[in-house]
Design a protein around this ligand. Sequence first.
Ligand SMILES: Nc1ncnc2c1ncn2[C@@H]1O[C@H](COP(=O)(O)OP(=O)(O)OP(=O)(O)O)[C@@H](O)[C@H]1O
Ligand SMILES: [Mg+2]
Length: 398
Amino acid sequence: METIKLLIADDNEDTRENIRRMLSFDEELIVVGEAANGTEAYEKSKSLQPNVILMDINMPGMDGLAATQKITAEVSGCSVVVISVQGEQEYLRKAMISGARDYLVKPFNNDDLINTVKNAYQMEKKRLQGGEKDQPQKGEVITVFGTKGGVGKTTIAVNLAVLLAKSKQKVVLIDLDFQFGDVAIFLNVYPKRTISELAQEGNELDIDLLESYLIPHKSGVKMLPAPGRPEYAELITIEQVEKIIKVLKNYYDYIIIDTPPHFNETNLSALDLSSQILVVLAMDLATIKNVKLSLGILESLHQKGKAKLVLNRASEDMGITSKDAEETIEFLIAAQVPSEGKIVVPALNEGIPFVLSNPTAKVSLALQNLSEIVIKDRGYQNDLYERKSTNFFRRLFK
Ligand SMILES: Nc1ncnc2c1ncn2[C@@H]1O[C@H](COP(=O)(O)OP(=O)(O)OP(=O)(O)O)[C@@H](O)[C@H]1O
Ligand SMILES: [Mg+2]
């Protein structure tokens, strides 16, 4: 019989007792410990290695959200199910962003509790098995996304890839904008062989074959360009794209993916395989509306937790402030890239990424900052909320 080890974290002893009693109805569920606050939950998650933690939100000291974030970041194989009382919807959203697998709203019954626990356990088990099967999966997939044309996705993807390669990382840049992809132009390369010719090779896409299609750029980045003609896009299957990304993940540190300005099945697979999604925003109402809708779609696809919002062409005199944009979208901006046409456009026309031709320009320094966010994997909503609240408290106690 498979057993699932549980830790119950709640500051109320009666609640813990009640949950323990409900769980006792299923013999697969074994309660291995209890915690009365977030710190205790975090420590016991390490010492007792439970499979699932039932985590209350409001607890003294480290609360359930902070504990969830630490545990999901540090303790492998441990899923957190957050428990809250009604009216804490905003917390629940934050809980999911902190890495919780699921949540239960009090009051709940035995069946709800047991099913949620088993489901959270199975999901984590599947995730671990999936990871092991494709070992070694050393690389990270970063998709640059946005459903509005011309916001700067390619500009950001190319310059980010170059900076990551400069920091001695092995980087591949894939152009998934099959119809109008222009990554090759940004790098001043005119490829004969692209992803559509690669797709013609069938399904035996091993690393040697893939390497022979990757085009090296002097920055160190290797590139897999988009098809030479829009109609060749039809030759490429989603399975092939998935296979390409998965194989490259075993050999490269970063796979940076540039995408077309819409959702399609290919970039949905890329989003699914990504650990970070950079959603590019510009300061006009149409784009802001678009980004809000896109984040809604990402949420329904369970991908929103990976999103980091990048404001491109940030400028003081746009009639809209970044704060207005954040409030409208209900999502905080992780990084801003200034508008610097005098640097960005000639760089594109010459086919030299501006982080190479003008490394000290404001726009290059902003990209440098973004690359650090990506390397450190910061800039998620919970990091930014933290930053906001610390600033707030600092101001309060100054
Ligand atoms: N920060 C910036 N400052 C000035 N110009 C910029 C900036 N970012 C991008 N641009 C310019 O905006 C134009 C569109 O950029 P880019 O091609 O990167 O957008 P995109 O989102 O990839 O577009 P598409 O949706 O068509 O793929 C380019 O001419 C580029 O040089
Ligand atoms: Mg583009």
